[in-house]
Design a protein around this ligand. Structure first.
Ligand code: HEC
Length: 139
């Protein structure tokens, strides 16, 4: 049975990742990650994710584990005074699946969040300032 589950895993992975996103991120970032001014920024943002380049998985892991606060500009809107709470209670496998959904289904970066990078980020969660500074490098 274990082997059978392993074999079908890649087939269900994409739907599962989307469902995980909808359940854990969608209430704020909205279905499909389109965002809602006054609540949470869009996660479909070609300029941000392409601009981050190879740093995109690192930024995403940092925000998922550390949350984010402080003003940011996204999609032509200012997001002021909003705080994203940590999603660190989610299992690594779920965070990696969600990251894949954000990095590839929503933004076609071709990058994945490596389990080692996720573990490293859990061990040393970046400050919100560090994350905002990393974000600035994209623009
Ligand atoms: C309770 C609402 C909430 C939930 C749940 C939430 N977020 Fe956020 N998220 C926010 C807010 C608010 C911000 C903007 C914070 C700021 O303005 O500093 C944000 C920012 C982000 C950013 C940075 C976007 C940018 O333009 O730089 C990413 C990436 C992100 N969230 C991913 C996720 C993912 C992935 C999940 C699910 C695992 C998630 N968020 C769950 C509210 C939420």
């Amino acid at each position: 049975l274990g082997l059978a589950l392993l074999l079908v895993a890649p087939v269900v992975a994409q739907d599962a990742a989307e469902a995980l996103f909808e359940d854990n991120c969608g209430a704020c970032h909205q279905s499909g990650g389109v965002g809602l001014p006054g609540l949470a920024p869009p996660l479909v943002d070609a300029q941000l994710w392409a601009g981050l380049g190879e740093e995109a998985p690192k930024y995403l892991a940092g925000v998922m584990l550390g949350g984010l606060s402080g003003t940011i500009e996204a999609g032509g809107q200012s997001y002021i005074g909003l705080v994203m709470p940590t999603q660190g209670e989610l299992a690594d496998a779920d965070l990696i699946a969600i990251a894949d959904y954000v990095l590839n289904d929503l933004n076609q970066t071709g990058l994945t969040l490596d389990p080692a990078l996720l573990a490293q980020t859990r061990a040393a969660i970046p400050s919100h300032k560090t994350l905002r500074d990393l974000r600035k490098t994209a623009f």
